[in-house]
Design a protein around this ligand. Structure first.
Ligand SMILES: [Zn+2]
Length: 354
C-alpha cells in the first residue's frame, strides 16, 4: 500500500529517476503528481478582501509543513502549486490590487520551488481579465521566477478562455510554448441574467464541472486550440462535464454553420488534439465511475494525478489515493498505472517554456 511505504522507499525515490522498485511490493513510485492548492498567503488576503467570491470554506489550514505532511502520507514526491478559484483578481475593475496579489503569490510559490525543487513546482497566476498586466506578468514570471507553466481559471469575471478578449494572452503563451493549467471557478451570473448558478450548493459540487465543460468546449470550438498548437493544456477533474458533450459539440458546431465556430473542427480533430495537446487530472471522485467517460476519448498517456489539497483535506486525499490504488490497475494496467502516477507528469514537467 502507498500509505504503508517505508521512509527509505520514499527517500530512495527522491534521488533516483527510476519508476521501478523491484525489491518493494506495492504500486509504482509516485515521482510527480500535478495538483492545485490555494497558497496560504492568498487565503488570508482572499478571506479578508473578498469573502463573497469564496465558493468553499477551506477545510484545512494550508501551510508548507501541512502540504509536505500530506505528500509524505500519500507517497507524493512532488507537487505543483497553483492558486485555485477564485484566483488573484478578486474584484471586477480593481486591476491594481490584482496585479499586486498575483505578483505576491507568484513570488511566494517561486521561493518554495527555489528552496525545495524536489518537492515543489508551480503554475504562475495571471491577473486576468487585465490583458496588458497579464502579458507583463507572463514576461516577468518567465524571466525571473522559473514557473512550470501558468494557471488560469475557466472564466475571469465572466470572460471565458477562448473569447477574443484573451487572444493576445493565448498568442503569447503559444509563443512561449507554455503549459496552461485551467482550474474551474464559479460560473459568472452577472452577465445576461437569464440563469444563475444554484448557490444553495457549494459551486465545486457541480457548477465547477459545468464551467470546465463550457471553457474546454469554447477553447476547441473558437479555434483557440488550433491557433495555439504549442500550448499544452491541463484540464482537472477528468474534464468535468465535458466528456459526454465532445462528439455532440464537435459535430453540431460545423453542421449548424455557427459563425463563431472554427470550420475545421470535427470530432476526429478534437480527439487528435486531446491526445497530443492536452493532459487531464484525476482530482476528486474520479473512481470508480467518472474516469470511464473521459477514457472514451483519450489514452492513459494523457492522465495525471491530482489531489486538490487543501480544499480536499489530508484524510480525504488519502482516501481518494486509496481509491486510485484500488481501481487504476484494473482500468489502466500496470503500465498505465505508472504513466498516471509518475511518467506522464515527469514528461510534462521536463517540457520547457521558452
Ligand atoms: Zn480542483
Amino acid at each position: 500500500m502507498r500509505t504503508s511505504s517505508s521512509s527509505s522507499w520514499r527517500a530512495r525515490n527522491l534521488t533516483l529517476p527510476s519508476f521501478h522498485c523491484p525489491d518493494e511490493a506495492g504500486p509504482p513510485a509516485t515521482i510527480a503528481r500535478a495538483e492545485s492548492v490555494l497558497i496560504s498567503v492568498s487565503t488570508y488576503k482572499l478571506t479578508s478582501q473578498s469573502s463573497d467570491k469564496l465558493v468553499l470554506t477551506l477545510p484545512q489550514k494550508w501551510s508548507e509543513e501541512a502540504h509536505l505532511e500530506m505528500m509524505d502520507k500519500c507517497n507524493i514526491q512532488k507537487a505543483i502549486l497553483s492558486v485555485s478559484s477564485p484566483g488573484t483578481h478578486l474584484q471586477k475593475n480593481e486591476d491594481a490590487s490584482a496585479v499586486e496579489l498575483t505578483r505576491y503569490c507568484n513570488d511566494c510559490a517561486a521561493n518554495m520551488k527555489r528552496t525545495s525543487p524536489d518537492r515543489f513546482g508551480f503554475w504562475a497566476s495571471l491577473p486576468l481579465p487585465d490583458v496588458e498586466a497579464s502579458l507583463k506578468e507572463i514576461s516577468r514570471a518567465s524571466d525571473e521566477l522559473n514557473p512550470d507553466g501558468f494557471a488560469l481559471l475557466t472564466n475571469h469575471h465572466g470572460i471565458y478562455l477562448g473569447q477574443p478578449e484573451f487572444d493576445p494572452v493565448f498568442a503569447e503563451l503559444n509563443r512561449r510554448h507554455a503549459t496552461v493549467f485551467i482550474h474551474p471557478t464559479m460560473p459568472c451570473h452577472s452577465h445576461g441574467g437569464s440563469a444563475a448558478p444554484m448557490t444553495q450548493y457549494p459551486a465545486p459540487m457541480f457548477e465547477f464541472f459545468f464551467d470546465t465543460a463550457r471553457c474546454l468546449l469554447n477553447l476547441l470550438l473558437s479555434g483557440t486550440v488550433a491557433r495555439c498548437p504549442n500550448i499544452t493544456f491541463i484540464i482537472p477533474h477528468c474534464g468535468g462535464a465535458a466528456p459526454p458533450l465532445l462528439r455532440r459539440c464537435a459535430s453540431l458546431g460545423p453542421m449548424l454553420n455557427i459563425p463563431t465556430v472554427d470550420k475545421n473542427v470535427t470530432y476526429d480533430w478534437v480527439r487528435e488534439r486531446l491526445n497530443s495537446q492536452f493532459y487531464f487530472d484525476s482530482a476528486g471522485f474520479s473512481f470508480p465511475e467518472q474516469i470511464h467517460g473521459l477514457m472514451q476519448h483519450i489514452s492513459a498517456e494523457r492522465m495525471l494525478y491530482g489531489s486538490d489539497f487543501p480544499f480536499t483535506p489530508t484524510p480525504a486525499v488519502a482516501a481518494l489515493a486509496k481509491a486510485h490504488d484500488e481501481h487504476v490497475p484494473g482500468i489502466f494496467g500496470e503500465e498505465g498505472q505508472r504513466a498516471l502516477y509518475a511518467e506522464n507528469a515527469k514528461r510534462l514537467l521536463e517540457k520547457k517554456t521558452i
